[in-house]
Write a protein that binds this ligand. Structure first.
Ligand code: C2E
Ligand code: MG
Ligand code: MG
Length: 591
């Protein structure tokens, strides 16, 4: 029983109107239909299509058959008076705005404030324009509400649930898990080096990547599971109906698998590695907050471990997370409290044992925590961005020190500094360093730069460009920790590098590990073919020295010669050079 309300002569126009509005009029008797029809017709609202229903059941049928944009409900008849009708309607047709019609304005206006009705019309008041306006107003209000509710619950970029909705879904999921006597898995995931990608490719590309990641994520879960984006590159997955934690491990592996393929962003291939932390309800905790904290902790652990990219939470992890937070808080204050210092580890010529320079290594003695190793705080400084001011502090101090030694007339030495990824990616690294060098009247040749292999490989084109720039200015580039990452010598050809530093882990096992020895020999041979010098770091014994010298390493560094020294200790060494050749057994090594 529906009728279309078209003013005579306008039928043709109407056929071409795309935006007709379906109005469902619900009332006990049809007496008002004609009136409303007539009023609207007179006013010329051809886009309003009127449908009728005499009961909630009929309304439901109409609603299912044609959907409807707005409901007009006459509350005067005995059938539809009272709040029950409205509540029922809101269930049958959620999200459909309701305009009520009645004789008594006070009753009508009450319903607006108390029942979530959108607008009302008083019988006998107003014309077709008023009815049409009321209908439009109700629809608009509903639309705004929908938008607001969407904004409040979804992430605009990826269309995934946001933190708000994630929290709601998690609580509901926990309740469902209780009822069904099953477990629930909660995963936290973020992308390693996302900030770097974002910084180097730009935010638009970063956004594009996040959207692609979210699409791939959706392929890994069932419809009953929830994927949410909490912000940045942080995603969560709620896995429901879990019988065995193994199920959740499978989902984690699936996610790692789908992320392996490169993403093409802004015309460039990008690889991302996610780190995933997993926690299981009720095994690891019984409150949403605890589970969230656990999953986050496990994720950080996965990141630190590096090799295994997903980690299940274990209770021991909390203390570590605590530690990290404590260190981070201290790190923010370390510069201004002048808690950093530098030590210098001599680099010697492999053949004659002469000191040719040193590597500057940062030291941090914190007022509360005491000595903290750079291995522990440099990664934190990276994540927090503090590496930029800290790195600059290192360069400035090294330059100042070189200037002091020069002024004292000591033999010229080159002091190498370590650069970490974030510093390297920073747009104006070359300018910064050059500025500092100029300030102390120094040239780039006295400041070799050590960078790690993984840093180069993470964004080859950009790395190459920055290296070329630095190289052109006259800096020497050392590739640090070689052998721990990609170890692709063929790639190295493409980078303007001067020397490799064979990682300490290879040197350590000489002469016990014949594989490591074979690898070291191969690295040296190939490096020489590529005209790269080779430095061996972490030499502690004569055997190691003998071997490395015999295979042709040019420079050496390690406790065998010297531990890292304070500036004045190193100065002492420069003034009275020790005769390392005594340490070095010439006879044996030259054989
Ligand atoms: P790295 O650049 O590979 O530095 C060599 C590390 O090996 C230093 O540890 C050094 O003390 C240690 N080492 C040298 N010879 C021996 C040896 O014979 N035996 C043993 N067992 N160890 C030896 P350190 O000072 O703890 O530095 C660790 C890492 O922290 C460095 O590795 C470097 O990656 C980073 N780092 C240190 N200072 C800085 C800095 O100023 N900036 C940046 N970005 N990173 C730094
Ligand atoms: Mg180094
Ligand atoms: Mg190293």
């Amino acid at each position: 029983m529906s009728c279309i309300l078209i003013p005579r002569g306008k039928a043709k126009d109407f056929m071409h109107k795309k935006t007709s509005i379906n109005v469902l009029l619900i009332q006990s008797d049809a007496e008002n239909t004609d009136l409303i029809e007539t009023l609207l017709a007179v006013a010329g609202y051809e886009e309003l299509v009127l449908h009728n229903a005499g009961s909630i059941e009929e309304a439901q049928k109409e609603f299912e058959a044609i959907g409807c944009d707005v409901i007009l409900l006459d509350i005067d008849g005995p059938k539809f008076s009272g709040s029950k009708t409205i509540r029922k309607l809101q269930k049958v047709a959620p999200m459909v705005p309701i305009v009520i019609i009645g004789k008594r304005e006070d009753v009508l206006s009450n319903a607006i404030s108390e029942l979530g009705v959108h607008d009302y019309l008083v019988k006998g008041v107003g014309d077709g324009h008023l009815i049409a306006r009321s209908i439009r107003y109700a629809i608009e209000r509903e639309q705004i509400q929908k938008n607001l509710s969407y904004l409040a619950h979804y992430d605009k970029l990826t269309d995934l649930p946001n933190r708000e909705l994630f929290n709601i879904r998690l609580k509901r999921g926990l309740a469902r898990a209780d009822r069904s006597q099953k477990m629930l898995g909660l995963m936290f995931m973020d992308l390693d080096r996302f900030k770097e990608i974002n910084d180097s490719l730009g935010h638009a590309a970063g956004d594009e990547l996040l959207v692609m990641v979210s699409k791939r994520l959706q392929r890994c879960v069932r419809e009953t599971d929830t994927i949410a984006r909490l912000g940045g590159d942080e995603f969560t997955v709620i896995v429901e109906g879990v019988r065995d934690p193994d199920n959740v491990a499978q989902v984690a592996e699936k996610i790692l698998n789908v992320m392996k393929e490169p993403f093409v962003v802004g015309g460039q291939e990008v690889f991302v590695t996610p780190s995933i932390g997993v926690t299981i309800y009720p095994l690891d905790g019984d409150a949403a907050e605890t589970l969230i904290k656990n999953a986050d902790t496990a994720m950080y652990r996965a990141k630190e471990e590096g090799s295994k990219k997903y980690q299940f939470y274990s209770s021991g992890m909390n203390t570590r997370a605590h530690e990290r937070l404590k260190i981070e808080a201290q790190l923010h204050k370390a510069l201004e409290r002048q808690e950093f210092s530098l030590v210098y580890q001599p680099k010697v010529d492999m053949i004659n044992g002469e000191i040719i320079g040193a590597e500057a290594l940062i030291r941090w003695i914190n007022k509360e925590e005491g000595f903290i190793s750079p291995v522990d705080f440099i990664p934190l400084a990276e994540v927090t961005g503090l590496i930029i001011p800290i790195g600059e502090w290192v360069i400035r101090n090294v330059c100042q020190q070189i200037r002091t030694w020069k002024d004292k007339g000591l033999p010229e030495v080159r002091i190498a500094v370590n650069l970490s990824a974030r510093q390297f990616r920073q747009g104006d690294l070359a300018t910064t360093i050059n500025g500092i060098l100029a300030q102390y009247d120094l040239t780039p040749d006295c400041l070799p730069l050590e960078i790690t292999e993984s840093l180069l490989m993470s964004d080859k084109d950009k790395s190459k460009q920055i290296l070329n720039e630095l190289k052109a200015m006259g800096f020497q580039i050392y590739l640090d920790d070689f052998g721990t990452g990609y170890s692709s010598l063929s790639y190295l050809k493409k980078f303007p590098i001067d020397a490799l530093k064979i990682d300490r882990s290879f040197v350590m096992d000489i002469p016990d590990d014949t594989d490591d020895m074979a690898i070291s020999s191969a690295i040296v041979a190939m490096s020489h073919a590529l005209r790269l010098e080779v430095v061996a770091e972490g030499i502690e014994t004569m055997e190691q020295y003998d071997f490395l010298r015999n295979i042709g390493c040019e420079e050496a560094q390690g406790y065998l010669f010297s531990k890292p020294l304070t500036a004045s200790e190193f100065e002492e060494l420069l003034i009275n050079p020790p005769d390392f050749s005594e340490t070095i057994d010439q006879e044996k090594t030259l054989s």
